[in-house]
Design a protein around this ligand. Structure first.
Ligand code: NI
Length: 147
């Protein structure tokens, strides 16, 4: 479930409206929301709409966004740590903070919190994720909701 919009919804004005759907689509939706543990159709549809808003905003290169880039890599891979460090120093204005955890004898988890225009964040993501020796690179896209 999307946890980016956890403010108390009871404080918000809620509007009811009806939606027309093909029966088959409704059945698929009902199966999905039950399987995923949503409490109601409304909760499921709210989450879908919010995901779509995030997707749309990330499609705009000028949109101001936040992101968390999580990377797992083997620190024995030659030059990888240095290259990652260099990319971050080159983009210092977009790096809010950086957490490094030694998760095993050879592997490290690095969590980088990024802020800036989507085009800047995507560029840094591609630069770091594309480095040779990166085992896992996951970006979490965050938009502060206006509603
Ligand atoms: Ni480490």
């Amino acid at each position: 479930m999307n946890s980016q919009f956890n403010k108390d919804e009871k404080l918000e004005k809620v509007v009811r409206f009806s939606i027309s759907l093909p029966e088959e689509l409704l059945q698929i939706m009902d199966k999905q929301f039950i399987d995923k543990g949503y409490a109601s159709r409304s909760e499921f549809i709210r989450d879908l709409i919010r995901s779509k808003i995030i997707q749309e905003k990330w499609g705009d290169p000028e949109e101001q966004v936040l992101a968390v880039l999580s990377i797992v890599y083997n620190h024995h891979t030659s030059d990888l740590s240095e290259k990652m460090m260099q990319i971050q120093h080159m983009n210092i204005v977009n790096i809010l903070c950086n957490l490094h955890i030694h998760i095993s004898h050879e592997d490290c988890l690095e969590v980088i919190v990024l802020k800036g225009k989507t085009k800047e964040i995507q560029k840094i993501n591609i630069e770091i994720s594309g480095l040779r020796g990166i085992k896992v690179a996951e970006i979490t896209k965050i938009i502060i909701p206006e509603v």
